[in-house]
Ligand binder design. Sequence first.
Ligand SMILES: Cc1cc2nc3c(=O)[nH]c(=O)nc-3n(C[C@H](O)[C@H](O)[C@H](O)COP(=O)(O)O)c2cc1C
Length: 374
Amino acid sequence: MKTRLCETLGIDVPIFAFSHCRDVVAAVSRAGGMGVLGALAFTPEELELELKWIDAHVDGKPYGVDTVMPVKYEGVEQGGMTEATLEAMIPAATKQWVEEVLTRYEVPRLPDGVESFHGLLGWSHAGGRAHVDIALAHPIKLIVNALGPPPPDVIEAAHKQGVKVAALVGTVAQARKQVEAGVDIIVAQGTEAGGHTGEIGSMVLVPDVVDAVKPVPVLAAGGIGSGRQVAAAIALGADGAWTGSIWLAVKESDTHPLVIEKMLKATSSDTVRSRCISGKPARQLKTAWTEAWDGKGSPGTLPMPLQFMVTAEAQTRITRYADAPGSRARELIGTPVGQIVGRMTTVKSAAEVIHGMIDEYIDTVDKMQGLLGK
Ligand SMILES: Cc1cc2nc3c(=O)[nH]c(=O)nc-3n(C[C@H](O)[C@H](O)[C@H](O)COP(=O)(O)O)c2cc1C
């Protein structure tokens, strides 16, 4: 399974694992793949602690960091608005509707002194940039950006340190723009994927992107969770597989137990692309929350970053009270996850997942070679 990226990045197998959980990142890298920590949910101070922990637990193996520096978001023309200005742009009717949904599902308010998730997080260049500065102060091998090309100085700073830059795309046009901006590795992410995603399926997108950006290496993403799917990615011309959903249900993951329970039961039909997390379409588990936002009576979602801001406290309450007696918050709790969720039926360790993928990849390639012989 060695591709040119194995040598470039010093990894044994070209399996990349996106996760917000440091334990998963370190476990995948130790198992020979490339763990990539999603920085979005962390404050700069938290990110520093997470990366310090990974440095101490990754046995010197390569790992990466994923930041979000969206090109288009509310206030971008003004160079990023203050939180107070953005807050004032949120319609009172939307806030009231959110509270009505929480009341309907009997989700208690937060006790005094308990803070909610921070409403703005990394959904801005300023937030993303602070993450980049911290990430580059650690021995990372890869920095990844979602939602548009990284700014030129970020690419330059990464390259100066020998760090490769990757970016997620959902169309050929986006891939070309990323390459023009100087990105080293393109992650072609099909609509099956969990999280922000476009409309084109991986089977069509990956070879189109590979041909469009040749010789730039491409990772296939969206719907990969087994060795057969890694083999398919390589067959489509990719230099490796970029995965996300599959790590949500591994032993090392810090996913809420109720969410794990929901994922283990879900079929590939139980996800939906909805704007209700961030204002941009993101694939996630279908829940009472997604159905409320996308159903009748919804005020409609707001543009990034207002949608996250208007729901941040609600998400904190839903998570906190998900298994509280007397509350129906469990019906609202969900997660970004892709269609591969239908195959996530048992909880294994990250190393078991990687080794399972490698074994199945070898069997698949053997089988295909056998077909050639005939
Ligand atoms: C829970 C979750 C959160 C995600 N958050 C991000 C993110 O913050 N930044 C990003 O670049 N990609 C994010 N993604 C997308 C992954 O990087 C990856 O492209 C995707 O999961 C691949 O498809 P798969 O889910 O079918 O494996 C997220 C995916 C999931 C499942």
